[in-house]
Write a protein that binds this ligand. Structure first.
Ligand SMILES: NC(=O)c1ccc[n+]([C@@H]2O[C@H](COP(=O)([O-])OP(=O)(O)OC[C@H]3O[C@@H](n4cnc5c(N)ncnc54)[C@H](OP(=O)(O)O)[C@@H]3O)[C@@H](O)[C@H]2O)c1
Length: 309
C-alpha cells in the first residue's frame, strides 16, 4: 500500500483503507467465473467496444485498463481508435455500426471528445441497451426513476465499494462535492435512494455553494469529485467520517519517470487520520469504476439489467 507510506504520522488504528484494487479484483474474479460458465454452455462472451478519439494521455491509460480488464475476465473487446480530426458524422456512423452489430454488447466512448464534436449527440446516438456507461438520457431517466438500468460506472463502483465494506449509510449525511453528469449528480441520486447503500440525507455541492467547509464538517460521508488536487483538507472533515476520493489529478513530480504522479481531490495525509474509512488515490475509486463497467457489460450481454442496488 504505497499510499500509506506518504503519511508522516502513523495512521490511527480505527482508520480503514477502502482498497479498490482488492475489491475490484474480487468482482473481476467472479465475472471471470460467470463468463466461463456462459462459454461452457455455448454462449458468447460479453463484448465491449471502446472508442478512443485523439491521444489524450489520461484517456489512453483509462481505455488500456478497460481493454486489459476485459481480457482478464474472458470478455471480447474491440478498440476503435480515431484521429482527433475525425468528423462528427464519421464518428456517429461508427457508433451506428456498433449499435447494429449483434456481436457487440456494450459501447463506450471515452470522454472528453475534441471540441468540434458534440458529446451530447454522441451519447444520444449510442443504443441505450448497449450504453454500458449509463450516460444516455433514457438510462439516466430510468436510474432517477429507480428502474433497472446501467448505472454510470464511477458511482456504481462506489456503491459496490460501500456495500463490500458494509459501511452504514442509513440516515447518514452524505455531502457530494461536484455535480457532473458522470459522477456527482448520479452519486447524489444513488445515495438518497431507499435501499442499501443509500437512505442518506444528501447535500449536493458545487462551485457556487456557500460555506462548503462548514457543510463538509457536518458530513458522515464525503464524496469528492471536483478535479482539484488536495481540495478537501482536514479542517473540512468531521472525526470518523467516511471519505470517498474520486479525483484523479496529474501533478508534476520530477522524481518520477513519467514526470507526474496522481493525486486525489482529498489531501490524504491530512484527512486520513480523522477518517473512519478512506479511499486512496490511486487504488481506490479508479479500479472500482472499471469493475462496475465490466458488470454493466455483463448485464448488457446477458440481458440482465440488474445494476440497481
Ligand atoms: N476515479 C475514477 O474512475 C474517475 C471517474 C471520473 C472522474 N474522475 C475524476 O474525478 C474528478 C471530477 O471529475 P468530473 O468529471 O466529475 O469533473 P467535472 O465535470 O469537471 O466537474 C467538477 C465539479 O466540481 C465542481 N467544483 C469545481 N470547483 C469547485 C469548488 N471550488 N467548490 C465546489 N465544487 C467545485 C464543479 O462545479 P460547477 O458545476 O459549479 O462547475 C463541478 O460540478 C476529476 O479529477 C476526474 O479526473 C475519476
Amino acid at each position: 500500500m504505497p499510499t500509506l507510506l506518504l503519511c508522516e504520522k502513523p495512521l490511527p488504528l480505527h482508520m480503514q483503507i477502502l482498497d479498490g484494487k482488492l475489491v475490484s479484483e474480487a468482482i473481476k474474479a467472479q465475472l471471470a467465473t460467470d463468463v466461463a460458465a456462459l462459454k461452457a454452455v455455448g454462449k458468447k462472451a460479453p463484448h465491449l467496444a471502446a472508442i478512443l478519439v485523439g491521444n489524450n494521455p489520461a484517456s489512453e491509460t483509462y481505455v488500456a485498463s478497460k481493454v486489459k480488464s476485459c481480457a482478464e475476465c474472458g470478455y471480447d473487446s474491440t478498440l476503435l481508435r480515431f484521429d482527433a480530426q475525425i468528423s462528427e458524422k464519421h464518428l456517429l456512423d461508427q457508433i451506428i455500426l456498433l449499435n447494429e452489430n449483434p456481436e457487440v454488447d456494450g459501447i463506450l466512448v471515452q470522454l472528453p471528445l475534441p471540441k468540434h464534436i458534440n458529446e451530447e449527440l454522441v451519447i444520444n446516438t449510442i443504443d441505450p441497451s448497449k450504453d454500458v456507461d449509463g450516460f444516455h438520457p433514457m438510462n439516466v431517466g430510468k436510474m432517477v426513476s429507480g428502474l433497472p438500468t446501467f448505472i454510470p460506472a464511477t458511482p456504481y463502483g462506489i456503491m459496490l465499494m460501500l456495500e463490500h465494506y458494509n459501511i452504514p449509510t442509513k440516515g447518514k449525511h452524505a455531502v457530494v462535492i461536484g455535480r457532473s453528469h458522470i459522477v456527482g449528480t448520479p452519486m447524489s441520486i444513488l445515495l438518497s435512494r431507499n435501499s442499501y447503500p443509500g437512505n442518506c440525507t444528501v447535500t449536493l455541492t458545487h462551485s457556487q455553494t456557500h460555506n462548503l467547509p462548514e457543510i463538509c464538517r457536518q458530513a458522515d460521508i464525503i464524496v469528492a469529485a471536483i478535479g482539484r488536487p488536495d481540495f478537501v483538507t482536514a479542517d473540512m472533515v468531521k472525526e470518523g467520517a467516511v471519505i470517498i476520493d474520486v479525483g484523479i489529478n496529474r501533478v508534476e513530480d520530477a522524481s518520477r519517470k513519467s514526470g507526474f504522479r496522481l493525486k486525489g481531490d482529498v489531501n490524504f495525509e491530512q484527512v486520513a487520520p480523522k477518517a473512519s474509512f478512506i479511499t486512496p488515490v490511486p487504488g481506490g475509486v479508479g479500479p472500482m469504476t472499471i469493475a462496475a463497467l465490466l458488470k454493466n457489460t455483463y448485464h448488457a450481454a446477458t440481458g440482465l439489467k440488474g445494476s440497481q442496488n
